[in-house]
Design a binder for this molecule. Sequence first.
Ligand code: ARG
Length: 479
Amino acid sequence: MTTVAFRGAAAKSHRLWGGRFREASGGSAPEFDALNNSIGVDLRLWPFDIELSKAWAMGLYGVGVLTLAEVNEIERGLDAVAERLEAGEPAVASDEDVHTFIDRLLHDEIGAAASKLHTGRSRNDQVATATRMWTMDAASRLDGAVRALQHAILDKATMLEDAIMPSYTHLQRSIPILGAHWLLSHFWPLDRDHARLRSVRQSAAVLPLGAGAVAGSAYPISRTLLQGTLGFEAVSANSVDAVSDRDFIAEMLFAATLIATHLSRLAEDLLIYGSSEFGFVKFGERFTSGSSMMPQKRNPDALELARGSAARMLGNLTSLLATLKGLPSSYNKDLQDDKRTLFDAVDTLLLVLPAVAGTLEECDFQPRKMLAACSSSMMATDLADYLVRKGATFRDAHGAVGTMIRRAESRGGDLASLPFSAFQEAHDLFEPDVTEALSPARSVRQREIAGGTGPNAVREQIEKARATLVVIDQKPNAP
Ligand code: ARG
């Protein structure tokens, strides 16, 4: 095939689309370019764009558009482009997006042969493919960071196996639990996040390349081959859907929002427990900052930033869903902004997850303070259970203990401050052994039900958590 050079607006500014525009109009307005260009956001897609371009070149060879020599030249050219990008090659004003930039550099490297690469494809299927590849990789990286935090939680939890602390509902003291039990309550949500990230990866692993601009490529390239080469798990079934489907981004943003929400909850617990009023935990020095005015301060900034990041994640998710909701089918330029939300969410979480893990690792829990916060009134439920065991109905028992609490409160104390006579007055099934029922350790020991806070149940929970990390880590997430 001979190549006749085309000279026009496209050639001059290296646009992928200049032909139908009059040269006399002087090119697009700088104000338009400033709005339209996405290179500032999408440059990071370049490794995937190069990889998919190599696969596409092989596909074009398969249908006779490129000779093997041309494929080799394009591959060599793309490698050289990758080296330049790796070295920080700056984009120029006319590099509208990462695809245009790479195309220009490829022409720079190998000349005319580069002009054949865009045969049968469009930036519409190209950007969808590159973004999916980026997302698959990001899901694996995020998963690694989630796993690392789970390890940190598990390590600390094993150190809190004997610590007893209050549990809270409505942020009011409820029933004593083991410190390990509280901390592991943050492990399992992350385990669900881990599963969600796997599913995000799977949603992203559907290949759009071959969809062309919207109707499917006019060259019968083997999409199965492309799928295998690029590590996808399936090929898209409909080209119109393929160029507009951003469900995988919405799923990633939802997964990210939920991860951030879980981090926010863990952060909030630690922030409360770290306040002087609680004093259950002392923060270290590597993930906290001081105050420019108050010399005594050590502020748990990393946790607060983690808590705050959940708001940004939610904003990203909402922004994408609102964009998708307004669109007709197929590709529309609004979709260009999908990457802002995606990148921001992933970048933020990749900063926040290690910072939360680091903060937790250097947390110094104070078991004595935790135990001291378990006032005897927290054993009110145990006291009711005591009466039930002696034959009372739970409703009766609940009423009797309630009366005692009221009495204790009116004397400014809690259950343990009442004399034995007060117990007998409240219910005649109370006997002197009732004092045992007021012990937090006994309360915890009573709850040996699967998933409960009993020491054996918690030991089993720790084993389960450990096994979860081992078993699932053995299944590689990457292609
Ligand atoms: N930069 C564009 C994006 O990110 C690439 C696709 C452009 N397609 C088009 N028809 N102009 O969505």
